[in-house]
Design a protein around this ligand. Structure first.
Ligand code: HEM
Length: 427
């Protein structure tokens, strides 16, 4: 987070408090609609130094602010690729325990906040459900039919808002389906997942959502303990660590993490890629004509408009990154978006270019906590593009649409993507 962003985000939080729609409120608090392009400011900072000490001010803070931030005067923001990578690869000096103070209150003790061997043991339980191989099965059985159903619902109409009608709803249906939640609970699950991570804006609402999610999970966990099926809840219900099965609370924590992790990021990353392609029609045409370009288009979309910019760590000892001393106990914010646009790694980094020489980006982080769902997210986005190319000939941005753009500071994506295409009746 940058110095001027501290006040911009405070204003965004304040304006979000009065919003009654859970999804809109979360978006507003991320700076969506108020913060359009943080990248010019980031570029200035990055040119000055890899790490910046941001003054949080001395004003008293809300009782629900995480303790290590409540007392802190400074937060350390890391903005170059090399420095972000250095922090992420050094889990001993930069712990994930910060999340225990923030998300832990509503999610429970998740792998996101674990360090060391505890993290390795717990992550291993879930990882087999997210390997490339496992993902092939989810593609066939769940992802393709889900995306085809959403696209099929508007394919004949000749126009659509791809955010509202596709990228926003589909990833949450996928993760709910993978978990094995009954279909009639999916809409409620989506709302609760967003309310859960809105805990920093509205503490009571986050706690209520956390309880409601546990009530939604409980009967399914009990049923799968009795009779396992081919889904994630069954995997967790029968997983063991050191010969002991996971307790219900441990299973709920896994599920609470997967809900926003699987839905919020994929919805935004696929929207950002579509925005990049629709606003660069020559590149859209090239990818449509040669689908072998889809994987590199997906990586460029993730690099160029990273859906989740800010992740956090806690310094476990006095450390130094990029020549800047970071005292023990400091909160460190890693700006993945800034790292992904580092000109030392990518020439002309603000340009969306699916043809640029590929170098690994850091949108999924790196190191021990690298995103568990990255193969799933990539596959979902590939299937999305394939389905759009198959079903919506002549897809282009609606020429009457005004000022379509990506917005936000912590999460970023367009709020709508109005498109037109040749509506073809279903065969
Ligand atoms: C484009 C979409 C996605 C992006 C950009 C993304 C990004 C990230 C990032 C940056 C982290 C590291 C967080 C940290 O260490 O502080 C992470 C972790 C994680 N992601 Fe994703 N994610 C995406 C999709 C998904 C999906 C689809 C799932 C699962 C359904 C998922 C599940 C997870 C889990 C479980 C973790 C925690 C891993 C750990 O702590 O060991 N993510 N993700």
């Amino acid at each position: 987070m940058l110095q001027k962003d501290v006040s911009a985000l405070r204003a965004a939080y304040e304006s979000a408090r009065d919003e009654s729609d859970s999804f809109e409120r979360f978006n507003r608090a991320q700076g969506m609609g108020s913060i359009r392009d943080p990248y010019p400011g980031i570029a200035l900072l990055r040119a000055a130094a890899p790490v910046h000490r941001i003054d949080l001010g001395a004003a008293p803070r809300d009782a629900h602010v995480p303790p290590s931030l409540r007392a802190a005067r400074w937060i350390y923001t890391v903005v170059t690729y090399d420095a972000v990578e250095e922090v992420l690869r050094d889990a001993a000096r930069f712990s994930s325990a910060f999340y225990a103070e923030s998300m832990g209150a509503v999610m429970g003790h998740t792998i996101l906040e674990m360090d060391g061997q505890e993290h390795v043991r717990h992550r291993a339980l879930l990882s087999r459900a997210f390997t490339r191989r496992a993902v092939e099965r989810w593609e066939r059985e769940l992802v393709r039919p889900t995306i085809e159903a959403y696209v099929g619902a508007f394919a004949e109409s000749g126009q659509a808002d791809l955010v509202r009608q596709l990228t926003f709803p589909f990833p949450v249906r996928v993760i709910a389906g993978m978990m094995g939640l009954p279909r009639e609970t999916h809409a409620e699950f989506h709302r609760l997942a967003v309310e859960l991570i809105s805990v920093s804006i509205d503490w009571e609402c986050g706690i209520r959502a956390s309880r409601a999610l546990r009530e939604l999970f409980a009967p399914v966990v009990a049923a799968r303990r009795r009779a396992p099926q081919d889904d994630l809840i069954s995997v967790l219900a029968h997983a063991q660590i050191g010969g002991t099965r996971l307790r219900d609370e441990e299973i709920y924590a896994f599920l609470c993490l997967l809900a926003p992790a699987g839905a919020e990021t994929t919805y935004r990353s696929s929207s950002n890629l579509l925005y990049g392609l629709l606003t660069h029609p020559d590149q859209l045409d090239a990818v449509r004509r040669d689908r072998r370009l889809i994987p590199q288009a997906i990586e460029e979309g993730l690099r160029w408009e990273c859906p989740l910019l800010g992740i956090m760590r806690l310094a476990t000892c006095d450390a130094e990154i990029g020549g800047v001393p970071i005292p023990k106990g400091s909160v460190v914010s890693l700006n993945l978006g800034a790292a992904n646009r580092d000109p030392a790694r990518w020439p002309d980094p603000d340009r969306f270019d699916v043809f640029r020489a590929q170098r690994p980006h850091i949108a999924f982080a790196i190191g021990t906590h690298v995103c568990l769902g990255m193969h799933l997210a990539r596959m979902e986005t590939r299937v999305l593009l394939e389905t759009l190319f198959d079903r919506l000939p002549n897809l282009h941005l609606d020429p009457d649409a005004r000022d379509v753009h990506v917005t936000g500071l912590i999460f970023r994506s367009p709020q709508s993507l109005p498109v037109r295409f040749d509506g073809v009746p279903q065969a």
